[in-house]
Design a protein around this ligand. Structure first.
Ligand code: SF4
Length: 227
């Protein structure tokens, strides 16, 4: 499979936020979100066998901790990534997959926790989430909405209500988008949507979601990769 990078950091965008995690970042994405901070994954990378990926994960996480499969869009390499996830689960790792949900998710092993990033209109990739994937979401999975405007927030709130998401999944995350190319200050000045404003909307509307901030962008310079 084509891999951009494998590294260890802290998980930053789910209910696992703050936990040490090995990231397996696959190359390639079929979307082009306006605020994408992972454009370096669109091309390049190196070919690795499943065994090679497993060796690297094991070296970084000898205690068999948390592993996140991400990208790019990892499900574009479904033929390789599904057996990789199966093996990681069998070996005792806790496995997350971060995906846009544009590709079918039915072959993701049931033990793997899906973190599905449903694209909102201002991402430029709204309406790409495949509604059939609602059928395979479980109460271990999480659905995330990255928001850059009030209209994104309204879309997310409506989506949550229409599909009764709070009854289907473990957590719903509303997260302000970060400005592309942000560098320097490790604070919310780079957010396209002010977290305070988002918090106030969520409180006023009693949205059954939690506000998430991309933790790693408040720890390291937002431009730093591999963290
Ligand atoms: S799906 Fe992810 S990797 Fe692909 S363009 Fe959007 S933010 Fe970037």
């Amino acid at each position: 499979m084509q891999i951009t990078e494998i590294y260890k950091s802290l998980q930053g965008e789910s209910t696992y936020t703050g936990v040490a995690c090995v990231f397996v970042r696959l190359t390639g994405c079929n979307l082009r979100c306006t605020w994408c901070d992972s454009e370096y994954t669109f091309q390049g990378g190196r070919k690795m066998s499943i065994g090679g990926v497993l060796d690297e994960v094991s070296r970084l996480s000898p205690g068999k901790g948390l592993v996140e499969i991400t990208g790019g869009e990892p499900m574009l390499q479904e033929r390789e990534v599904v057996p990789l996830m199966q093996t990681l689960v069998q070996e005792g790792y806790t496995v997350l997959i971060e995906t846009s949900g544009e590709r079918p998710l039915e072959r993701v092993p049931s033990e793997v926790i899906k973190i599905v990033d449903v694209k909102c209109p201002d991402s430029g990739e709204g309406d790409t989430f495949s509604r059939e994937n609602l059928e395979v979401l479980t109460d271990r999975d999480e659905v995330k909405f990255v928001l850059s405007s009030r209209s994104d927030y309204d879309f997310a709130r409506e989506f949550v209500n229409r599909y009764n998401l709070a009854q289907k999944v473990k957590a719903i995350l509303f997260s302000p988008a970060f400005r592309k190319g942000a560098t320097g200050a490790r604070d919310s000045s780079h957010c396209l949507l002010d977290p305070q404003e988002l918090a106030e909307w969520m409180i006023a509307d009693n949205v059954p979601a939690r506000l998430g901030l991309q933790l790693h962008k408040f720890i390291w310079d937002p431009a730093v990769k591999g963290v």
